[in-house]
Ligand binder design. Structure first.
Ligand SMILES: *[C@@H]1O[C@H](CO)[C@@H](O)[C@H](O)[C@H]1NC(C)=O
Ligand SMILES: *[C@@H]1O[C@H](CO)[C@@H](O)[C@H](O)[C@H]1NC(C)=O
Ligand SMILES: *[C@@H]1O[C@H](CO)[C@@H](O)[C@H](O)[C@H]1NC(C)=O
Ligand SMILES: *[C@@H]1O[C@H](CO)[C@@H](O)[C@H](O)[C@H]1NC(C)=O
Ligand SMILES: *[C@@H]1O[C@H](CO)[C@@H](O)[C@H](O)[C@H]1NC(C)=O
Ligand SMILES: *[C@@H]1O[C@H](CO)[C@@H](O)[C@H](O)[C@H]1NC(C)=O
Length: 387
């Protein structure tokens, strides 16, 4: 009993970051870029370096966009159209041939870090789901044939279409697509190949649909009365982003996978919407969200359940799309730059903030006391408690 208690206590202390540990990992912060855009590839790389972004997610990557990043330090995530999955799945040489035109000419002079086979494929193109894992395997094997081991192969999930629930985060599980058992083999593939779990995660969309969520909680405005406790894990959440990330981590734990890195492939807050009911899509809130996100990620304090936090996060999106004729009032503007390449916000995305977000240590001490009493009282019975 006492050995077990000491062991639990040490692990708990460690997970609450009260014991000294090596310097916190700071996630890469990037933005997404999609075509069509009025920005040329050279505008693209110039904007990325002037904003201080570390990485870019290229949606349906075009070789000229990849070429723009040759010899830069910008890390690239290439996100493939769902429609490519069947051909990549059918034939390993189809995967090799895609790589020979889109990756081989540029790598490693362009820092391609990962390839995502599709986005929200399981929900938005369910007919393609049998092709997903075979396509990922073929790409991975074709990369191995080429001697390339540094490019991860993954696929991007959508938060709202992937989890059964997210509050409390410890209750989260994956929604398995009706016909099949895809999630566990996919997670096994990610673990076997040291690849990350990619997910689109929008506090904005959750806030819009859940009236009980306070605006400040979604916007990283840390006020005590906004905080939410997960009574199962005894963890206190200070913002909606962390809660959503920990829900993803708990869903992985529930499937038996506890240490796969998480990459937020899209997040953001619109600065405008054509829909007059979306009053919260405004530049002031968008700036608060992005500023809060950057400060939180750069602080390196991670989430309550994972002290290293997410590995990377991409802001959707770099440039506002040009408004389409006749659809202007339905579209939302997500860009951090206007179509004319000027910046919407005064945010330094490279800023390295070292503030511990006041009161952090006190909060951790309180959790610790709760935890110790929890152990003495009930034994160690937490649901999702990732150490
Ligand atoms: C890339 O990073 C290295 C090491 O930090 C630095 O020496 C080099 O100047 C950077 N290159 C560019 C194009 O920023
Ligand atoms: C993906 O491919 C489909 C079919 O080829 C096409 O209609 C769609 O526009 C593509 N999507 C993107 C984002 O390029
Ligand atoms: C696989 O692709 C290669 C080249 O792309 C082609 O020559 C071959 O016939 C394909 N095999 C099958 C079974 O489709
Ligand atoms: C994954 O990482 C571990 C530890 O860093 C390493 O030993 C292993 O070879 C890697 N596996 C692959 C497939 O890269
Ligand atoms: C969009 O604009 C059209 C024409 O300007 C207008 O008739 C319509 O009511 C607007 N829709 C919304 C949702 O604002
Ligand atoms: C760029 O576009 C924005 C929004 O349309 C506008 O406010 C700004 O003045 C423009 N800047 C330049 C230099 O044209």
């Amino acid at each position: 009993m006492s050995l077990f208690f000491l062991y639990s206590l040490t692990l708990s202390l460690y997970s609450l970051s009260l014991l000294p540990h090596s310097s916190a990992a700071v996630p890469l912060i990037g933005a997404t870029y999609s075509l069509p855009s009025s920005a040329t590839p050279s505008d693209l790389s110039a904007s990325v370096s002037s904003l201080g972004l570390d990485s870019v997610l290229l949606d349906s990557p075009d070789p000229s966009a990849v070429r723009a990043f040759l010899f830069s330090n910008t890390s690239l995530l290439l996100s493939l159209n769902n429609s490519l999955a069947p051909s990549l799945a059918a034939n390993r040489s189809a995967a090799a041939s895609w790589l020979s035109s889109s990756v081989v000419p540029f790598f490693p002079r362009a820092k391609i870090s990962a390839i995502s086979v599709g986005s929200d494929l399981l929900s938005s193109s369910p007919d393609l789901s049998p092709f997903l894992l075979p396509a990922m395997r073929n790409l991975h094997l074709a990369l191995t044939d080429l001697g390339i081991r540094k490019i991860q192969v993954s696929t991007t999930f959508s938060f709202l279409n992937t989890l059964t629930s997210f509050f409390p985060p410890s209750s989260a599980q994956f929604l398995e697509p009706a016909s099949s058992n895809v999630i566990a083999p996919l997670l096994q593939f990610l673990r076997d190949t040291n690849s990350s779990f990619l997910i689109d995660l929008y506090p904005y969309n959750v806030y819009r649909t859940r009236s009980e969520i306070p605006l400040g909680y979604a916007l990283f405005q840390e006020q005590r009365f906004n905080f939410r406790d997960d009574l199962v894990t005894g963890v206190r959440y200070r913002n909606l982003f962390d809660m959503m990330v920990d829900a993803v981590i708990c869903a992985m734990v529930a499937s038996g996978y506890d240490n796969i890195p998480v990459v937020v492939a899209e997040t953001g807050w619109p600065s405008a919407s054509g829909d007059p009911t979306e009053a919260d899509a405004n530049p002031a809130y968008a700036e608060l969200y992005l500023r809060g996100l950057v400060r939180h990620l750069r602080s390196g304090i991670g989430t309550p359940l994972r002290k290293e936090g997410v590995a990377e996060a991409y802001i959707y999106e770099l440039f506002d799309r040009e408004e389409k004729q006749g659809r202007a009032n339905q579209s939302r503007s997500w860009g951090i730059l206007y179509p004319n390449m000027t910046s919407k916000y005064a945010i330094d995305f490279s800023g390295s903030f070292r503030d511990l977000e006041g009161g952090d240590l006190v909060v951790k001490l309180v959790w610790l006391v709760v935890l110790i009493f929890g152990v003495l009282d009930n034994g160690f019975s937490f649901g999702c408690f990732v150490l």
